[in-house]
Design a binder for this molecule. Structure first.
Ligand code: GRG
Length: 288
């Protein structure tokens, strides 16, 4: 996986506008928000799913870059004073702290549009391109990530049931993780077989949920300096979390169970799914 991480950084470098291209501050901010940080989980999922279908690596580079740009845009907007008002992201000042709030809004907007432009420029077949664009658009949409964020905003101070909490996270963070997996698979030369579709669907559901359960656990167990924000902020904001709903031990057990479920979903795919298998472990056992 280290080679894929290097590939991802190089591809992102290429896909982003140059820092001195006019308007330079905007482009510098887009690069600042995207390059040199992050676990690149979505890019890794995209490449690992692509391995299953002998996907073209140039297509995977573009798809993985586009997903990471959408992810970076969501973090820039989520950190804004009107949302989470976070001062640090990936150990650095957040984009609005460094470039101002108005520019940070534009940085997010610019990254979102650039992600779709990158897909549009790929040397993919028309069916591949439509599948990739559809997947990314629906994951980012009001019925995907942005919708999940809206539900999250409106849930402050409310008691959510476990089903409602799951739905919120399936949209807010799960939708983009799902897109990462399916976009990787759409980079292959053939349409997805029903068996592969079903296996990837089960996998992405379990991984998406595990990601959020672990995020909630880390929120209460990681120290403030590492987080760059107040630990347990969601709880202080009266936002529902898995830890507040189930407790720490049951949340840890749930994360392990979801990791097992994700790996189980890959069983019919055999040895080619090794990297997806390892990524499920990385999601459950990450430290941030
Ligand atoms: C504001 C449009 C808009 C959407 C925001 C996903 C999201 C929706 C906001 C992210 C807020 C957040 C910090 C949620 C916790 C889970 C999460 C997505 C953490 C960051 O993702 P990682 O851990 O980050 O993959 P890196 O830095 O490794 O890329």
């Amino acid at each position: 996986m280290p080679q894929i991480l290097q590939r991802t950084e190089r591809a992102l470098e290429r896909c982003l506008p140059a820092a001195d291209a006019v308007p330079a501050t905007l482009h510098e901010g887009m690069r600042y928000a995207t390059l040199g940080g992050g676990k690149r989980l979505r890019a890794l999922l995209c490449h690992a799913a692509g391995e299953l279908v002998d996907a073209d690596s140039l297509l995977l580079d573009g798809a993985a870059s586009a997903i990471e740009m959408i992810h970076a845009y969501s973090l820039v907007h989520d950190d804004l004073p009107a949302m989470d008002n976070d001062l640090l992201r990936r150990g650095q000042p957040t984009v609005h702290v460094r470039y101002g709030e108005a520019m940070a809004i534009l940085v997010g907007d610019g990254l979102q549009a650039q992600a779709f432009a990158v897909i549009g420029d790929l040397p993919a077949t028309p069916p591949q391109q439509v599948a990739l664009l559809r997947e990314l658009a629906s994951a980012s949409s009001s019925q995907g990530m942005v919708g999940g964020q809206a539900i999250d905003l409106e849930s402050v101070g409310h008691v959510l049931s476990r089903e409602q909490l799951e739905r919120m996270h399936r949209l807010k963070t799960g939708a983009l993780l799902r897109a990462a997996v399916f976009m990787g698979a759409h980079c292959g030369p053939m349409p997805l077989s029903p068996e592969l579709h079903a296996a990837l669907d089960h996998y992405q559901r379990a991984v998406g949920l595990a990601f959020q359960v672990v995020d909630d656990i880390l929120d209460v167990t990681t120290d403030a300096a590492t987080l760059g924000k107040t630990p347990g902020k969601d709880a202080q904001d009266n936002k529902p979390t898995y830890v507040s709903l189930l407790g720490l031990d049951a949340s840890r057990a749930l994360a392990e169970k979801l990791g097992d479920r994700a790996r189980e979903a890959l069983r019919p795919l055999g040895a080619r799914a090794t990297h997806l298998h390892d990524l499920a472990g990385m999601v459950v056992h990450r430290i941030r």
